[in-house]
Design a protein around this ligand. Structure first.
Ligand code: IMP
Ligand code: MG
Length: 182
């Protein structure tokens, strides 16, 4: 086993590999059942969802394609307006396809709200959302999340794809970042 040297930066481990694995298996099974016979496209939201998407993908037992979008919120002042900039758009058209947006975490919901609007305008057959983590206490705008891994309290978490200042994505678990590290 490799060693991770960021343990001191975390106050608590919330979700271990043995918690994540079975839940992702469950999500993959549900998605495989629900999308049986449909043209399923997973849209991963870069970069945080990369690890979740790659594990989820391998638990899906029906034909499936993947594509990615990268988005960024404008500065803090405009964040509440929900204006989001597309840094990288999809490679393919989604017209007539069943799109499942794969997110690491839904926090205020603003990013997802914008993305869902934007994707809906491209005339897909359907758009649904699968998020590994949900912080419901922080929600500013209601967004439908169809598949949820775990509800977590309002703490800043890192690991398993989630970052703080681009660090900690490589941790194989999800932990709470110590407030004095932020
Ligand atoms: P929202 O628009 O506030 O829902 O933003 C969601 C995005 O903020 C996520 O995709 C993450 O990139 C980031 N984010 C929100 N909460 C956390 C956290 O606790 N740790 C790391 N990133 C977070
Ligand atoms: Mg994200």
């Amino acid at each position: 086993m490799a060693q991770w040297n960021m343990g001191d930066d975390l106050s608590e481990i919330l979700l271990r590999p043995e918690d994540l694995g079975p839940k992702i298996k469950e999500l993959g099974a549900a998605i495989s059942r629900d999308y049986q016979g449909k043209d399923l496209l997973l849209v991963g939201v870069l970069k945080g969802a990369v690890i979740f998407l790659s594990d989820l993908l391998r638990e899906i037992t029906i034909p499936v394609s993947i594509d990615f979008m990268a988005v960024s919120s404008y500065g803090a002042a405009t964040k509440t307006s929900g204006i989001v900039r597309i840094l990288k758009d999809l490679d393919e058209s989604i017209e007539g396809r069943h799109v499942l947006v794969v997110e690491d975490i839904v926090d205020t919901g603003l990013t997802l709200h914008y993305m869902l609007d934007n994707l809906a305008s491209r005339r897909p057959a359907s758009v649904k959302v699968c998020a590994l983590l949900d912080k419901p206490d922080r929600r500013q705008v209601a967004v439908p999340v169809d598949y949820i891994g775990f509800h977590i309290p309002d703490r800043f978490v890192v690991g398993y794809g989630l970052d703080y200042a681009e660090k900690y994505r490589n941790l194989p678990y999800i932990g709470v970042l110590r407030p004095d590290r932020i």
